[in-house]
Design a protein. Structure first.
Length: 110
């Protein structure tokens, strides 16, 4: 399994979701429990800025994984884990600088 080695800009941000089950009752009571063996999931918005080669190397890595094959990445304030990237977008900033925006989705091991 490949390791994602590029460092994102300092503005990476995450959304953390917990898988839960809820049962609401007529009197307002709500019963809540965790769902599944991996109840916590992270999604990270990660941006990169750099030269044409720097950005095309990242795009080639993401294209090799084709949105469904996980890779190893260590997000800020978290342990290394498995992630996927289903979408990305890039743009030219000027004639020699480019930006790449991605969303890394946690992919739990079976």
């Amino acid at each position: 399994m490949e390791i994602f080695k590029w460092l994102p800009r300092v503005n990476a941000n995450s959304n953390v979701e917990f898988a839960i089950r809820k049962a609401k009752f007529g009197d307002g009571y709500e019963q809540v429990s965790g769902a599944g063996i991996h109840p916590k999931s992270m999604r990270w918005n990660v941006d990169f800025v750099g030269s044409e080669k720097y950005i095309t190397d990242i795009i080639a890595f993401l294209d090799r994984h084709a949105g469904h094959q996980p890779f190893i990445w260590q997000p800020p304030l978290a342990n290394k884990g498995l992630f996927r990237c289903e979408t990305y977008k890039y743009q030219a900033i000027d004639y020699k600088s480019y930006a790449l925006s991605t969303e890394f989705i946690e992919a739990h091991a079976p």
